[in-house]
Design a protein around this ligand. Structure first.
Ligand SMILES: [Zn+2]
Length: 783
């Protein structure tokens, strides 16, 4: 009986070792290429970006929490204006009110508005063909100082502007836009797009963000028709971006300032570093938490890209979407029009390989088909097992359930997931290799990659390269391997495996921080795909299949089981190391969510929490099962919260006064003033569901969509972020002349002064949510 593999070199052990060594080297090179560059000192030449210089701004911006409208945010804005003046620019402040449609976290049933103060400065070009906008937000989330989000982007723009000024002027105008109220409602960007004269002609937006504290600055989102911009991005010194990320990003509940620009018809690229996401929006998002190599990465690329685009003709940017991904320090890219031809070519190549394998009697057609079906086992089992592993970790350490994206130190868990996927693939391969045949399994693996390439081409074309190219490379390698001497065949197999590794490994590594451990199954899935592309390599590790008897067969079986065992040991070791390394402590606290709501109608108060399975600290405050609180707090919408009784604090509700009341035919027009009586981050107003509102103007802005409904007896409403001290003017026209019932609420962000609040012990922290530590005071008015 003969061995039915694609290749069977005489010295299999040596061949296996050589190919594995090449693969490890290729893997390391691929990962090095997406690592951030080292921080440059403040002595770096003036024309260069220095993370050390930029970090001085980070320190100034992230001194304390500074949400839109806060006094601390005024201080940050002053710093920005001074810094821009310091490099010879003439910044201005766009001070306006804007409306953002859609439902937001605290505006159930209607509109989100904000007073915003954007900082805008222009570096005029010599012969401008269009504008380049460098955009980042300077406001922070309400419980975190925003050391990364978005002091990273803001400081990058300040240091980039300084470096640009130090060089000569560019051909095109560069507009620096430091936005306000991004965290509240993307309102700063929205206000600029809708109202600022500089936005009238559109342009190219480079938005800079951080959703974590480390990792490469990944270019993860583009406008449509990105071919030319991606080509320009290919000129940055450290390109890290993949067309697959755009598809992944759409799965995530995040939004950035880029959205209003994209929807407003601007072109552009969106970049963020996203690893270390445990600090996201939390009090731990400090300047000290920032990895300054990530800041250097942001800056090196932003500066180079601005210079590149600054010299181009921006009037002719229209192009189709490109496929792109990082490989060996370059950005590989090809037009989207090649996605389908390549996907079909890969399928044909794999089909041809399968046909030849059958014709050469390396496998029967029946066995190739059987292998195809059996390949579903690792494809389905590894992701399921990875999700199971995370569930198990949450069971062992319940605090993980409260981490929104990732644990503090997820590295060992990510490695465990990769080891788990490897264990599944290797065990599956070792068990089936003799029964189904190595060539059949190899062809089936490539067949699945090619088939997925077609599926991705149809569903998410930007991601099709992930499986199409490894399938194509693997099939071509296989076709060569079955026609040349074994020594050369090994080289072909190695080349195919290197292509798969260089393409898939960086994506696996970028995907883990993007989705976090709660979605570890996706990382396991991609690892399995890499495993399927590497079956011919795994095959070399096994002794030749068939023929052996007795002791020889037993030894062969032991050798065949070794890779599976090694992967399983790695799985256990990585999981155990992860549990030992990633403990909760004062610097890495577990994350809890608590709010307080006072109803001045009844003089009663309660604690509220988003935690569905409350942690011990939170459980002291909330005991009731999760339920909606819309009847008394319409701004919370259909969110289900746990609650518990609280002492009533002596806090004043927002004041709602009737300025004028005009009867018009069968209705009334009410002019109202809604004024918080304390320092509030936002104020909301909801109208009883029985009243039909026919028009509404808030802060001078007409509200277009009045169809929203908060539930719990309440209809249309709005949230106004960063309300001025003297309140917000509201004009409502309603049907009928009956008295109108309205519910007013405001919100601030500090539980510490409340009666009955006991400070968190060391090791227990605050969840970076937009409603953490919220103090809400509500009152009903009948007018
Ligand atoms: Zn941000």
């Amino acid at each position: 009986m003969r061995d039915h593999a694609l290749t069977r070199p005489a010295r299999r052990g040596l061949a296996a070792a050589a190919v594995l060594a090449v693969l490890v080297l290729a893997g390391f090179a691929a990962l090095r290429a997406i690592a951030p560059p080292a921080e440059r000192a403040d002595s770096a030449p003036a024309g260069e970006f220095s993370a050390a210089r930029a970090f001085e701004h980070v320190r100034a911006i992230a001194t304390t929490t500074h949400p839109a409208g806060s006094a601390a945010n005024d201080t940050v804005r002053t710093h920005l204006l001074e810094a821009l003046r310091g490099i010879g620019l003439t910044p201005e402040v766009q001070d306006t009110v804007t409306i953002q449609g859609g439902t937001l976290s605290a505006s159930a049933g209607g509109a989100g508005l904000a007073r915003v103060r954007n900082v805008v400065a222009v570096l005029p070009g010599t012969d401008s063909t269009g504008r380049i906008f460098l955009v980042a937000h300077y406001d922070s989330a309400q419980v975190g100082p925003g050391g990364n989000d978005d002091a990273a982007g803001t400081s990058t723009i300040l240091e980039t502007a300084r470096a640009l000024k130090a060089g000569g002027p560019l051909r095109n105008d560069v507009v620096l836009l430091l936005t306000d109220a991004e965290e509240a409602c993307l309102c700063g960007a929205k206000a600029f797009v809708d109202q600022h004269p500089l936005a009238r002609d559109g342009g190219v937006v480079l938005n800079l963000e951080a959703r974590g504290s480390s990792g490469p600055a990944i270019m993860f989102e583009t406008s449509e028709g990105n071919g030319e911009l991606v080509e320009a991005y290919g000129h940055v010194p450290y390109p890290v971006g993949t067309s697959f990320a755009v598809e992944i990003y759409r799965l995530l509940p995040n939004d950035t300032d880029f959205t209003p620009f994209r929807e407003g018809g601007f072109q552009g690229l969106n970049t963020a570093y996203i690893d270390g996401a445990a600090v996201y929006h939390a009090p731990t998002d400090t300047a000290a938490s920032m990895n300054r190599d990530s800041l250097q990465h942001h800056g090196d690329n932003a500066l180079a890209l601005t210079r590149e685009l600054g010299g181009r003709d921006l009037t002719a940017l229209e192009a189709g979407d490109a496929t792109y991904f990082p490989a060996a320090g370059l950005l590989i890219r090809y037009p989207g029009t090649l996605v389908w031809p390549l996907a079909v070519l890969a399928l044909i190549a794999v089909g041809l390989l399968g046909w030849l394998v059958v014709r050469q009697q390396r496998a029967t057609g029946r066995r190739v088909a059987l292998a195809g079906v059996l390949t579903l086992i690792p494809i389905l089992a590894a992701p399921a097992a990875a999700q199971g592993l995370w569930s198990l970790l949450v069971l062992v350490r319940p605090e993980y359930g409260g981490m929104p994206i990732d644990p503090y130190r997820p590295l060992w868990y990510r490695l465990a997931v990769i080891a788990l996927a490897a264990t599944v693939v290797l065990a599956w391969h070792a068990l089936l290799r003799r029964r189904v045949g190595p060539a059949a399994l190899a062809v089936a693996g490539l067949g699945w990659l090619a088939a997925l390439g077609l599926l991705l081409a149809a569903v998410t074309p930007g991601g099709a390269y992930l499986t199409t190219l490894p399938a194509l490379a693997g099939a071509v390698a296989g076709l060569i391997a079955i026609h040349v001497p074994d020594a050369l065949a090994v080289v072909a197999i190695a080349a195919g495996a290197v292509v798969a590794t260089v393409i898939l490994l960086p994506t696996v590594v970028m995907l883990f921080p993007a989705l976090g451990m709660p979605m570890a199954g996706v990382g396991a899935f991609l690892t399995v795909l890499l495993g399927l592309a590497l079956i011919p390599v795994a095959d070399l590790v096994h002794p030749a299949a068939g023929g052996a008897r007795g002791m020889e067969a037993l030894r062969a079986r032991h050798r065949g089981a070794a890779p599976t065992l090694a992967a399983a040991v790695a799985l256990v070791a990585c999981t155990a190391t992860g549990l030992a390394v990633d403990r909760f402590d004062a610097a890495h606290p577990s994350l809890t969510h608590l709010m307080y709501a006072l109803d001045t109608d009844t003089g009663t108060a309660r604690w509220l929490s988003e935690e569905t399975d409350p942690q011990p600290w939170t459980a002291q405050y909330v005991s009731a099962p999760p339920e909606t609180v819309t009847d008394s707090l319409p701004a919370f919408g259909d969110e289900r919260l746990r609650s518990g009784p609280a002492e009533a604090a002596s806090l004043p509700a927002p004041n709602l006064t009737l300025v004028t009341d005009t009867r018009t035919g069968d209705g009334r027009t009410l002019r109202l003033r809604l004024t918080p009586q304390r320092t509030a981050r936002f104020v909301t107003l909801h109208i009883a569901a029985g009243t039909t509102v026919t028009s509404a103007t808030v802060g001078g802005r007409p509200v277009g969509d009045l169809s929203g409904s908060a539930g719990g007896g309440w209809g249309f409403g709005f949230v106004f972020h960063a309300p001025p001290q003297d309140g917000v003017e509201v004009e409502l026209t309603v049907k009928g002349t009956d008295p109108v019932r309205l519910r007013a609420m405001d919100g601030s962000d500090n539980l510490a002064a409340l009666p009955g609040f006991r400070p968190r012990p060391s090791g227990v922290g605050v969840l970076g949510s937009h409603s953490s530590e919220l103090v809400a005071v509500a009152k009903t008015y009948t007018l």
